[in-house]
Design a protein around this ligand. Structure first.
Ligand SMILES: [Ca+2]
Ligand SMILES: [Ca+2]
Length: 524
């Protein structure tokens, strides 16, 4: 009897901690994970038709995360973002025909369930890309909408499902409307004529889109990446922000530890408006001209660490769920290895800077092998979404329309890089391992350790009473850094270093070679 009471008490305690997860963002620490963006059609092909698919992702789970952090056989990512997988006529699938069907080229609902199960066995979160601002023109909802207008049936439930104006009315400034032969109307289509924009003033539309997300949460996914989040009401940020506050709030009611990240591709001031509603990608630091690349190219690390400290403080004041979500490139951008050469160490320094930072950073598939691809003269996004180079007979092919010159592609495949010591793959693997074994970096309280008159810099991160410090030297010059000159902290030991050179700690002086980062244990 006594034993039973103990078990009951333990269960009660467990439940209490479950509830606390979603209470005021307490569970957010577990979400500070490295995510890996998979452009599904270009990743891995399981059935020989040349198109990547969900079974392909399942087959590659050991590569991504084999569930054993000590094995050294996998990259060690902690979350996966799948670009859209719903039925759609395009290769990119951002124009959805049916939100309740997996595109047949990508697999089945059972495949998705299997992938979710596999991820969760290995403590990997899985999020789906949710393009809900617009549907595809093949969507049944849009067909019903056009029919309702053709029949002039204003009572039809789909009559106002999409944003429309009479054909003789001119489009509001800055917005694009497409004339429809059916029904003498023009429908809003800011992205493409084949991507009609839903009318989120209609409660039925909000409910329909909420149900889509609830369906997949029920299936077990951990959250979503929200496509085109600022276009819900084009040019009206407060109305779009209110929408996401409501939407995420409803989802969090059923899943307190929900993970969300929105694409608000804009300046920091606009992104800031959305943070109280949902976490957002940090576009400010990404791409060739972003702060990560700038700092990686022998830039001043102190400017970077001061920015992170300021940004962390700012977003945490805005939301208890806030996380800094940094990345260098994604499927809409030129590949990072084009402007951060692997050969001169700049790609590695960029990785050090943002992956040894707090929050939930992203890798775009292939970055870990230096995969290349840019829009180029052909002006096609397909070049930014080229087939993963497995080198082991995987039949995945470049998407339709890709024109990237194969001779410009990285020569070394996944298979070759796994077999080769010192490859970029092994570099990323080691970097993620360092991050994982120092949870203070991802989850901790961040404080910049500014080094006066130096381009080298660092920070201290404290979590659960433990502190580590990270220092970066992005220049090619070796440095001796007298730590006592700028901090009262005592450093116990050198825990790890990673980069082109080495690092040593002796008598309070950190010898940090060029293009190298060091992780030091701070005395309590
Ligand atoms: Ca396939
Ligand atoms: Ca819209």
């Amino acid at each position: 009897m006594r034993r039973l009471v103990c078990i009951t008490a333990a269960l009660l305690l467990l439940c209490a901690s479950c509830l606390a997860e979603g209470d005021g963002g307490k569970g957010v620490e577990d979400l500070n994970r490295v995510f890996y963006e998979i452009f599904v059609g270009s990743f891995s092909d399981s059935d020989g038709d040349g198109v990547g698919d969900l079974r392909g992702v399942i087959n590659r789970m050991d590569y991504l995360n084999d569930g054993d952090p000590e094995s050294g056989n996998s990259l060690g990512i902690e979350g996966i973002w799948l670009t859209p997988i719903f039925a759609s006529p395009s290769y990119h699938k951002y124009d959805v025909t049916d939100y309740y069907q997996i595109d047949p080229a990508f697999g089945t609902m059972d495949d998705l369930k299997e992938l979710i199960g596999l991820c969760h066995e290995r403590n990997v979160k899985l999020i789906l890309d949710l393009p809900i601002n617009h549907t595809g023109a093949q969507n049944r909802w849009f067909k019903n909408f056009l029919n309702a207008h053709m029949m002039k049936n204003a009572d039809n439930e789909y009559y106002d499902y999409y944003v429309w104006i009479p054909e003789d009315e001119s489009s509001p400034a800055g917005r694009h409307f497409t004339p429809s032969k059916q029904g003498k109307i023009k429908y809003e289509s800011n992205f493409s004529d084949s991507m009609p924009e839903l009318n989120f003033d209609l409660p039925a539309v909000r409910e329909a889109m909420l149900n889509v997300a609830l369906y997949y949460l029920d299936l077990g996914v951990d959250g979503f990446r929200f496509d085109a989040a600022k276009y819900i009401y084009l040019g009206d940020n407060p109305a779009s922000v209110d929408f996401w506050k409501w939407y995420v709030g409803e989802l969090r009611k059923v899943k307190p530890d929900l993970y969300t990240v929105a694409e608000v591709w804009d300046g920091e001031g606009v992104i800031d408006q959305y943070i109280p509603a949902t976490n957002c990608f940090n576009f400010f630091v990404s791409q060739a001209e972003g702060l990560i690349a700038e700092t990686a190219k022998a830039g001043n690390v102190n400017r970077f660490t001061q920015y992170i400290q300021q940004y962390q403080g700012k977003i945490k004041d805005m939301s208890p769920y806030a996380m800094n979500m940094m990345f260098v490139s994604n499927h809409d951008m030129d590949r990072a290895s084009g402007y951060l050469p692997v050969s001169n160490g700049q790609m590695k320094m960029a990785a050090n800077l943002y992956l040894l930072s707090p929050g939930s950073p992203y890798l775009y598939y292939g970055e870990e092998i230096g995969l290349k691809g840019s829009r180029g003269g052909a002006n096609t996004d397909a070049n930014r979404r080229l087939a993963m180079l497995w080198g082991d007979g995987d039949t995945v092919r470049d998407p339709a329309g890709a024109t990237y010159e194969p001779s410009k592609q990285v020569s070394s495949t996944v298979k070759e890089q796994i077999e080769k010591r010192g490859s970029l793959f092994h570099y990323y693997q080691k970097l993620l391992s360092i991050r994982r074994s120092h949870p203070e970096i991802a989850k901790g309280e961040y404080k910049a350790l500014t080094i006066p008159d130096s381009k080298a810099g660092g920070f201290v991160a404290t979590w659960q009473g433990q502190s580590v410090a990270v220092f970066h030297n992005t220049t090619t010059r070796d440095m001796d850094i007298d730590l006592s000159a700028f901090t009262d902290l005592t450093f116990d030991s050198m825990d790890a270093f990673i980069g082109l050179g080495e690092a040593y700690l002796e008598d309070g002086v950190l010898a940090l070679e060029g293009q190298t980062s060091a992780v030091l244990r701070v005395a309590p």
